[in-house]
Design a protein around this ligand. Structure first.
Ligand code: 13P
Length: 251
């Protein structure tokens, strides 16, 4: 049985004051015991969030890490080693906003994924197609390539300690959600691709869905057999809404 997980990606949102308020809201939620919960603040606020969540069952992750672990001359970057030292457990790798806006290639993302694991962080690999790619019937091909890049470079064993998030780009921040059936189709294909390499790894890895998840659509999405939880953007900035999504994953 895979343990469900709900992750909140705060993206480039928050001030020290609003973060403290959000954390207070999260700390007051009655959360189900069977769900792993993590929040992903901007790296600037990681330490603040780690401190404020001390004693709570909510983990902290980062939204990005440098392509190399350790320390070094890499102005402006934060390494997986530094994030782990600051109390992070997870890191997002390959969010579509970084692939598209920051131009991160599969090659760079392979290195980030490897750097994350080298520092003991659990990478959450984000993959997904654009609207154009979906309309051209290329969804499974695109997602398969993004996943295949890591498998080829780092081997299937890399997924023993990793999470995958399927986030169709057209559903991110648009209010358009993939239907539970659309999401399940891609999740099943992801698991089948992993299974070709190693069925035990495929059965164990958690596959999260992301893209306009809200309390109102979470139950249906999380009810699908290969959807093990969600990666939540906008709705994770509201503690009550995020709490309701977490409870949906616990059902
Ligand atoms: P929204 O939930 O705001 O659509 O964002 C999803 C996302 O990109 C999470 O990483």
């Amino acid at each position: 049985m895979r343990r469900p997980m709900v992750a909140g990606n705060w993206k480039m949102h928050g001030t020290r004051a609003s973060v403290a308020e959000l954390i207070e809201g999260l700390a007051n939620l009655a959360l189900p015991g069977g769900v792993d919960v993590a929040v992903f603040p901007p790296s600037l606020h990681v330490s603040l969030v780690v401190d404020c969540l001390e004693g709570q069952s909510i983990s902290v992750g980062a939204q990005n890490c440098a392509p190399q672990a350790g320390q070094g001359a890499l102005t402006g970057e934060v390494s997986s080693t530094q994030l782990a030292d600051a109390g992070c457990k997870f890191v997002l790798v390959g969010h579509s906003e970084r692939r598209q806006i920051m131009g991160e290639s599969n090659e760079v993302l392979n290195r980030k994924f490897e750097a994350a694991q080298a520092a003991g962080l659990i990478p959450i690999l984000c993959i997904g197609e654009t609207l154009e790619e979906r309309e051209a019937g290329k969804t499974l091909e695109v997602v398969g390539q993004q996943l295949g890049s890591i498998i080829e470079e780092l081997g299937i064993g890399a997924f023993v300690n990793a999470v995958i998030a399927y986030e169709p780009v057209w559903a991110i921040g648009t209010g358009l959600t993939a239907s539970p059936e659309q999401a399940q189709e891609v999740h099943a294909a992801i698991r089948a691709q992993l299974k070709k390499e190693n069925s035990e790894v495929a059965q164990g890895v958690r596959l999260l869905y992301g893209g306009s998840v809200k309390a109102a659509n979470a139950v249906e999405l999380f009810g699908m057999p290969d959807i093990d939880g969600g990666l939540i953007g906008g709705a994770s900035l509201n503690a009550d809404e995020f709490g309701a999504i977490i409870r949906a994953a616990g059902n």
